[in-house]
Write a protein that binds this ligand. Structure first.
Ligand SMILES: Nc1nc2c(ncn2[C@@H]2O[C@H](COP(=O)(O)OP(=O)(O)OP(=O)(O)O)[C@@H](O)[C@H]2O)c(=O)[nH]1
Ligand SMILES: [Mg+2]
Length: 284
């Protein structure tokens, strides 16, 4: 009969087999943990930033600038494009802000995936797919052409239309998959003298989205879809229910923070995109 004492003795006696097994376990357990816990958590996919906005706003130009540090001619995009970028020297990722300045990991520039999408009305499903089915998405840059946003301009209406739809998708998103989500409205082409300053870009877009929102809910009522079904109407109303004017701050209730800042990818004085870099680095 094998007693507990025998077992304990066998286990504690120095034996080559026991030793080999112990060494094997000691080596395999970290590998096992890494493979199954770390990789399945999705931490290995690079953090990504999505570029969206109407056609001609400069998304592909910005992507080239972020990737290579200089400008190259662009054509209207027909397919989405993802490139790996690194934060430039002197910027620190938001997740590294508590590291010591002497930490060697600071030297390695944080990498991220920048995704360009076509802005043409018929190709926007690419952008929408990336929002509704995100892979480690850290933020969305909505690029607008600040030189075409004067009141009454057709481009203002189209830009507001697109932005309204994107924000509505974010408002209705599955919060479990995509928690809080920052949106940067990057007012591009500030080098042009017709460009509106960032504060005016903000207020013009807010005013135009108010109109879009009104006409959409009116359209719903007219078509009878929303009739008597308050829930439906509520679902498709962007921002604060019952508010007269739309403000970007209303999106905070849905964990979507909206910031507007100006810059330019091209221009006589060179590119000016420091604020956008800073925004990206704080989100990584
Ligand atoms: N003046 C000026 N022109 C710019 C700036 N950024 C981009 N452009 C020009 O705007 C045009 C459109 O830029 P793209 O990057 O191709 O635009 P896009 O947003 O990718 O457009 P789609 O691919 O059609 O969605 C190009 O001719 C660029 O040279 C800028 O900061 N200033
Ligand atoms: Mg493009």
């Amino acid at each position: 009969m094998v007693t507990i004492q025998d077992l304990a003795q066998a286990a504690l006696n120095p034996s080559p087999v026991g030793l080999a097994l112990a060494v094997l376990f000691a080596l395999l357990i970290p590998l096992f943990l890494h493979r199954f816990i770390f990789q399945s958590s999705g931490l290995t996919t690079l953090p990504s930033v999505l570029l969206i906005g109407p056609s001609g706003s400069g998304k592909t130009a910005l992507l080239t600038l972020f990737e290579r540090g200089n400008h190259a001619p662009t054509h209207t995009s027909q397919t989405p494009l993802a490139v790996e970028c690194s934060l430039p020297v002197g910027t620190r990722a938001g997740s590294d802000k508590y590291r010591s300045v002497n930490d060697p990991t600071n030297q390695a520039h944080k990498k991220f995936l920048l995704m360009d999408t076509p802005g043409h009305g018929k190709l926007r499903h690419h952008a929408i797919k990336n929002i509704t089915n995100p892979q480690n998405l850290k933020g969305i840059i909505f690029l607008v052409d600040a030189a075409t946003l004067s009141a009454g301009d057709d481009a203002l209406r189209q830009t507001a239309d697109y932005l309204h739809d994107v924000l509505l998708i974010l408002q209705k998103r599955n919060v479990k998959v995509l928690k809080e989500l920052p949106v940067l409205i990057a007012a591009n082409k500030m080098d042009l003298f017709t460009a509106l300053p960032a504060a005016l870009v903000r207020s013009s877009l807010e005013a135009e989205i108010t109109k879009v929102r009104d006409s959409r809910s009116k359209g719903l009522l007219d078509s009878g879809i929303g009739m008597g079904d308050v829930d439906d109407e509520k679902d498709d109303w962007l921002g604060e229910m019952g508010s007269k004017e739309f403000k970007f701050s209303q999106m905070e209730e849905f964990d979507v923070s909206v910031e507007v800042s100006g810059g330019n990818v091209l221009g006589g004085g060179g590119a000016s995109v420091d604020k956008w870099w800073k925004w990206v680095s704080e989100r990584l």
